[in-house]
Design a protein around this ligand. Structure first.
Ligand code: SF4
Length: 235
């Protein structure tokens, strides 16, 4: 199916000629009768909480954690998300109703790796409900959906696709060792100039923190992202 990437009204949209992508596990539309309300996604959990990481840290947000990931980070703290088959499919309409009813100003679509699924339907529903949409992705699967804020968290275990880089608003690199700082710079040069560049210490590797602090002091175009939801003891 022909695919184009465009920007409009500050959004990054991946538009397709008709409905979700072929073979999508997120939806099985009939040609000419596509309706986001008739779709569903495998969901590990969805909940109203505080965004703990990155540029929107501290803000209330509705999180939708889609199931399935093929990246395989050994330090992953949501390994239970990897196997899509053990999680239920949830109707998109129910996800939209819950997010809209929460009072949140924006929804965060995360995973797992959310781009394993065609996000067109979910984004359409959330936007119709008046929510802004943030995406957290490794960028290693094809982009889909109409997204307002793209956070790229690249992983060397499965590299980002070229197509994600022009769309990035925030680059968030998990840091364990000095090699990760080099990896962060390698990805940063591929992002737009306006991109917020953030280094995030891996939770179980606190010994990386002094190195990150020194690096940000020497390279102030970067800032530090902490997993503040873990300090706040919220999901
Ligand atoms: S991409 Fe995210 S969900 Fe997937 S293994 Fe890595 S940290 Fe875990």
């Amino acid at each position: 199916m022909k695919k184009t990437i465009s920007k409009s009204n500050g959004r990054k949209a991946v538009s397709r000629t008709e409905g979700p992508r072929e073979g999508s596990r997120a939806a099985e539309p009939q040609k000419g009768s596509w309706n986001w309300r008739e779709t569903s996604y495998p969901v590990m959990e969805h909940f109203y909480t505080i965004q703990g990481e990155g540029a929107h840290s501290g803000q209330a947000a509705y999180f939708i954690r889609l199931a399935g990931c093929d990246v395989g980070c050994w330090w992953c703290d949501v390994k239970e998300s990897w196997d899509e088959s053990i999680h239920p499919r949830v109707d998109t309409a129910d996800l939209v109703r819950a997010a809209a009813g929460s009072g949140a100003g924006f929804a965060v679509i995360t995973g797992g790796e959310p781009l394993l699924h065609d996000l067109t339907a979910l984004c359409q529903g959330l936007h119709e409900a008046g929510l802004r949409i943030h995406l957290e992705t490794s960028g290693s699967s094809p982009m889909s959906g109409d997204i307002d804020w793209v956070t790229l968290s690249p992983k060397r275990f499965k590299e980002p696709l070229d197509e994600i880089f022009p769309l990035v608003d925030e680059l968030k690199v998990v840091v364990l060792t000095r090699k990760d700082l080099q990896y962060a710079e390698k990805n940063a040069v591929r992002c737009p100039d306006k991109t917020r560049k953030m280094l995030q210490p891996e939770w179980d590797t606190p010994e990386s923190i002094p190195m990150i602090v020194d690096y940000v002091k020497a390279h102030p175009e970067w800032s530090i992202s902490l997993q503040t939801h873990k300090y706040l003891n919220v999901p």
